[in-house]
Each structure stands twice: as C-alpha cells, then as structure tokens.
Ligand binder design. Structure first.
Ligand SMILES: *[C@@H]1O[C@H](CO)[C@@H](O)[C@H](O)[C@H]1NC(C)=O
Ligand SMILES: *[C@@H]1O[C@H](CO)[C@@H](O)[C@H](O)[C@H]1NC(C)=O
Ligand SMILES: *[C@@H]1O[C@H](CO)[C@@H](O)[C@H](O)[C@H]1NC(C)=O
Ligand SMILES: *[C@@H]1O[C@H](CO)[C@@H](O)[C@H](O)[C@H]1NC(C)=O
Ligand SMILES: *[C@@H]1O[C@H](CO)[C@@H](O)[C@H](O)[C@H]1NC(C)=O
Length: 604
C-alpha cells in the first residue's frame, strides 16, 4: 500500500510534467481533422516506434485515451531522426506539430517535424498492429464525409472544405473520418483482396475481411446511388523499398497486409511494411463472350457499344479491338464506337478524315471472320472535339450491310444541325445534334442516324454519344465536399440537348455510348426524365452490382450506358462484357468495357 507521502510525490511529478507541457499523441491529433497544436511546439511526447520509413518514423502513444476519434499514433517527419532508433523503442521527443499537404485540393496530414530526442526510454517492446474491424470498429461503407450532405456525387459540388470546416470526426458514420481517426496507426488488413488494377506507382485499392457493400461477382465494389465505397483503402509504396506487383487484378486474393495509415496524393492510404503478394489469382482469367447473338432479322438485332480509346489507323491495339468485336461481342449488327481518331491519330495537323482509321478497323474485323462492316460518321471541325490534341476523336457507327442499312442516307456536315422531320424522319442521316451549340465546345457532338432492315420495313433511330469527360474532378477523398465532379455542368447541358430527339413516343430509339456519368447522378436522371427514354440496365434487369464498365479509384462503375424508348423495351436484353476490367493493366485494350444489347425492331 502506498503512503500519502508517495502519492504526494507522484502528484508532484505529474505536476512537474504538466509544467513542462508533456502532450500525448491523442491530444496532438485531437478529435477533428486539424490538430489543435498546429504550428506549436510539443515537448516530452512519449511514443513507441511502430514503423520506420525512408523519411520518418511512426510512433504510438504509451498513454492512450479511450476516445475512438483521436488517433493514438502520429508520423514524425525527419530523414535522420530515426537512424539510430529501432522499431520497438519507446522514446520521448520534442518537436513542432504541423499540418502538411502537397496540394491545396487535398486533406492535411498531421505530423511532427523538427523532432529532438529527449531520451530513449526503453527498447524491445512489441509493435503490434491493430487489426481493422477487430481492434477497431468496422469502416463505414457508404458515406465519406458529413460535409457531403448524404451524396458524394451530389450537386452543387465543393460547397465546403474540410480544411476550413474542420468537422469533429464521426468514425462510425463517415469513411474519411474513420481513416483519419487511424492516421499514423500501424494496422493489419486481414484477408485482403484487390478492387482494382494498380495505378502507375503500383498502388492498389483493397478491402479486408470486414463487412462491405457493393461487392460484385468479380470481387470489385460497384458504385451505386449514395454509396461509393469508403470502406476501401489504397495500398501505397512499401516502406522497405520493395515494389508492389503490376499484374494485380480486381478480385485477386492478397492475404494479410500490415502497414501504417497515412494520407497522400488525395487519398487515405496504407504504406505496407513490404510489397503486396498475390496469394491467389481470381478465375476465370477472361469473361465469356456475350450470349447475345443476332437472329439475322428484325426479331433479334444486336447492337454493341465500345469506347475504343483513341483508336487510329496505326494503333497497336486496333487488331485487339477487332478481336473483341468479333469474338467477345460476336459481331453485333450495329456497333456504336467512341474515340475514333482521325487517320493519323495524334499528329496535330489539318487531317480530320477517319476513313483510313475505319477502313483499317473494318478490314481487320472481316479478316478474322467478322462481317464486312460499313461505317457512318461525320468528320469534325479540326481541333473542336476535345480529347487528345490532334486526334479529332469522334463517334461512329459500324453496321453489317447484310442486315442493316442507313435509311435514306444523306450525310450532314460538321456544322449543320440535324432535325427530326414529320414521319418521323431525319433531315440528315446521319447528322449531328446542334453542333454549333456552345454546350459542345471541346466535346463530341452526338451522331444521330436512322437504320432499317434491307427491305426498308423496320427502322429505328440511334444517337451515339460521348459526353464531356470528368477531367478537373477533385479526389473523392479530397478537401472539397462534395468532391468536384469535373464537367458536370457541361454534361447537364449536353444531355438536355440530346433528350429533345425523343419527342415521338412511339419511335424506336437507342441512345448509347460513353456518357461519362453514372445513371444516378443528376445529369443522367434529368436526361431520363426529359427524354422519356429508359435505362436499359433497368429494362433488362441487369443486377445493380454488375452494372460497371470502368475502374476508377476503388470503384467498379458504369460510365457507358444504353437508353431506349418504350417501343424497344419488350424482350430487350443487355450485357456488359468485362473484357477490360477483369484483366491486368497490361492486358487492357481499352479503359472501358464494351456492352451488347439485343432488340426486336420489327414494325408492329
Ligand atoms: C519551436 O521549436 C523550434 C526549434 O525546434 C524553435 O526554433 C522555435 O522558436 C520554437 N517555437 C516556439 C513558439 O517556441
Ligand atoms: C525538450 O523541451 C524541454 C521543454 O522545453 C526542454 O527542457 C528540453 O531541453 C528539450 N529537449 C530537447 C532535446 O530539445
Ligand atoms: C475511304 O477509303 C477507301 C479505301 O481506302 C476508298 O476507296 C474511299 O474512296 C475512301 N473514301 C473517302 C471518302 O475518302
Ligand atoms: C473549391 O472551392 C474553393 C473556394 O471555396 C476553391 O479555392 C478551391 O479551388 C475549389 N476546389 C476545387 C477542387 O475546385
Ligand atoms: C494484341 O494482339 C496482338 C496480336 O494478336 C497480340 O500479340 C498482343 O499480345 C495483343 N495485346 C494485348 C495487350 O493483349
């Protein structure tokens, strides 16, 4: 039993420590994004070294609090400080607290700089990682930040900034708050699997064995309305200087990953102690070809759509695209293609013709047993369509002349607006939608056409779109909340213009292509309302989580869609062919998956 005298001595010692301002790590981190000590010197901070990196060390408090919001670990940024220290050492240090970010679009990372070793207290303690979902709560699965007002894709964007609002963390509700509350912590992700192919630095998004939402059949997480998967985390560069594999695919099993939680380049991430290891590769390696095959008559016409990623006559991937069209899309009667470049690709000269590009593609297709496709497109005005400089990308149709023909062909020009005439018939077939409208500045003008069976009896209208890109977006885990959805206003106007074509309610219409937007984000929701067209994913009952054509951040997501009029709905079928999202990065032929649909276009 301690005497009163001993208590007094202890109290005095504690008092003395307070007098020299011994801060704990949880006090330094605080329960918000920004440290209450930002810019201040802290003294006699006690911590266990849990990890060492090339530019600093991570320390964990020896006097933790009971608050889930305050991280018990912090990064000590200094190239030399850790040189004579080891993982397992308990140290006391002085230093300056700072908030660091490499871009003003990012969230700040709390760290200690100018560290001075007061003393090494001991060595040889275990640096035991926290197992996520076991030693911590589960990561939230839907919302990123309280500042998103319930929808990370909501408009208007960038209504508030985390760095200004500095909200109190609610780790149970918000994914960013959860990861922020573990900033600097040594953690283990148990039973991890990959959600994406690696980026150019080898960084790969993963989830562990915790509860997730949005899991698709391949093992990716699909973005759905108001759920963009904050339970995922990106694994960055290994601390031991090894390299993450470049061949990781969506769904590959990665086993357990241990590393420190940090924030860098716009995302919460884990820097693993050593490189990721593919424990088991997902199977099968490739998706099956589409089941949708043409009936060869109006009762079952197949329609494909494919963003062929900057394709020109000299593209290395042209032969692979033709292989996909013949063997995976099974030669649809009509193919909507996007990102067809002019005949000399990104050579920035006056060439706008894509005749050579398209004849090279159609010859490649017929040479491997595909149809002798004909094509229809309208050359753009030079340098007015956006995309890679000099490439003059545009949309185009390939059609099998044994099954379909253009109805009363009369090609419009790059500047003339198409019109719907009584009938309905098109003024130009094909023609562009209001190409002079400023909504299309630096963007592709939708290509409208009418096709019919060779007897002229059964016809339908098509609109091939490639709306403005999401360039200029801010990170989904960045400072601006909700994040900036680049080009959203342009797409809003573009969809408004495109919708007007659907005035005749009985007409058979397919609007397809790269919308660069999700079905549940305002521009497309408005498009559906105004146009009276229906999302074919809905009409054909594609399971919600299997609606993806593209990988971005942690998400499998759908930028490519088909919308159809009511008259095409009966028995409409649809498939996304995941030939590019399932493979390794090096095996991707385009950044988008193609899709195929099948319709009855017979006149009633
Ligand atoms: C904080 O510490 C640094 C040395 O690391 C010193 O230069 C600076 O004056 C200190 N600032 C304050 C406010 O004490
Ligand atoms: C740490 O800070 C305390 C309080 O200011 C000071 O007495 C001590 O000398 C500092 N130690 C080092 C190594 O800078
Ligand atoms: C397109 O190329 C083909 C074959 O190279 C040629 O026969 C045809 O005349 C060209 N068409 C145009 C419009 O240049
Ligand atoms: C968000 O808005 C702020 C002004 O409130 C601006 O400084 C910042 O650049 C914007 N962020 C992005 C990513 O556009
Ligand atoms: C593209 O096709 C060529 C020729 O068949 C083949 O050698 C190459 O490996 C393919 N490229 C990819 C990325 O699969």
């Amino acid at each position: 039993m301690k005497t009163a005298g001993v208590y007094l001595q202890l109290l005095a010692a504690a008092f003395a420590e307070r007098l020299v301002f011994a801060e704990t790590i949880s006090e330094i981190n605080g329960n918000r994004y920004l440290s209450p000590y930002n810019g201040k010197n802290v003294t006699n901070v006690n911590g266990l070294i849990t990890a060492k990196g090339p530019n600093g060390i991570w320390i964990r408090s020896t006097t933790p609090d009971k608050d889930d919001r305050t991280s018990e670990s912090v990064y000590v940024f200094d190239r030399n400080f850790g040189k004579t220290l080891s993982v397992g050492d308990i140290i006391q240090l002085n230093g300056t607290v700072t908030e660091y970010r490499s871009s003003k679009a990012y969230v700040y990372l709390t760290e200690i700089i100018n560290p001075k070793l007061v003393k090494k207290v001991s060595s040889g303690s275990a640096a035991t990682p926290l197992v996520i979902g076991k030693d911590t709560i589960n990561p939230p699965t839907k919302a990123f930040s309280a500042l998103d007002n319930g929808d990370v894709f909501g408009v208007p964007n960038n209504v508030s900034l985390i760095s200004v609002t500095n909200p109190t963390l609610i780790p149970r509700n918000y994914g960013m708050d959860f990861w922020e509350s573990l900033s600097g912590e040594l953690v283990t992700v148990k039973g991890a699997h990959a959600l994406t192919t690696p980026n150019n630095y080898g960084d790969t998004w993963v989830v562990g064995d915790w509860k997730v939402t949005g899991l698709n059949g391949r093992g990716g997480l699909t973005t759905v309305d108001k759920d963009a998967n904050p339970e995922a985390i990106i694994i960055g560069s290994p601390l031991d200087g090894s390299k993450n594999p470049a061949v990781t695919r969506v769904g590959d099993t990665l086993g357990d990953i241990t590393g420190v939680v940090t924030y860098a380049f716009g995302y919460y991430s884990i820097l693993p102690l050593t490189a990721l290891n593919i424990v088991k590769g997902v199977e099968p390696a490739l998706p099956p070809p589409t089941r949708l095959v043409s009936d060869g008559d109006c009762g079952g016409i197949t329609v494909g759509s494919y963003n062929v990623e900057n394709l020109w006559a000299g593209s290395d991937h042209l032969v692979n695209i033709s292989d996909h069209i013949v063997h995976y899309l099974r030669s649809p009667n009509l193919v909507f293609v996007q990102e067809i470049q002019d005949d000399n690709g990104e050579t920035n000269d006056a060439v706008v013709s894509a005749n050579l590009t398209l004849t090279t593609l159609t010859s490649a297709i017929s040479s491997i047993g595909g149809p002798e496709y004909e094509f229809a497109e309208i050359d753009p005005v030079d340098d007015k369509n956006g995309g890679a400089p000099g490439g003059n990308i545009r949309t185009a149709y390939l059609y099998d002349p044994k099954i379909l023909q253009l109805r009363k062909p009369d090609f419009g020009s790059s500047t003339e607006a198409n019109e719907v005439l009584p009938g309905p018939e098109l003024k130009y077939n094909p023609g562009l939608i209001d190409p002079q409208n400023p909504a299309w500045t630096a963007s592709r003008k939708p290509l409208v056409a009418a096709f019919e069976t060779l007897d002229g009896k059964n016809s339908f209208f098509t609109v091939n779109v490639h709306f403005g890109s999401k360039g200029g977006s801010s990170s989904i885990e960045g400072d601006a909340r909700p994040p900036v959805n680049g080009g959203v206003d342009d797409r809003q106007e573009q969809m408004q213009l495109t919708a007007i074509l659907a005035e005749d309610k009985k007409a058979k219409i397919v609007v397809a292509g790269d919308f660069n937007e999700f079905a549940f984000v305002q521009p497309l929701e408005n498009f559906e309302d105004v146009s009276n067209l229906r999302d074919l994913d809905e009409a054909a009952n594609i399971p919600e989580l299997e609606r993806y054509t593209y990988l971005f951040d942690m998400n499998s997501q759908e930028l490519d869609h088909m919308y159809i009029s009511q008259a095409l709905k009966p028995k409409a079928q649809y498939e996304h062919v995941h030939i590019n999202t399932w493979v390794t990065k090096a095996q991707q032929i385009s950044d988008h998956d193609p899709s195929v649909a099948k319709f009855n276009i017979c006149k009633k």
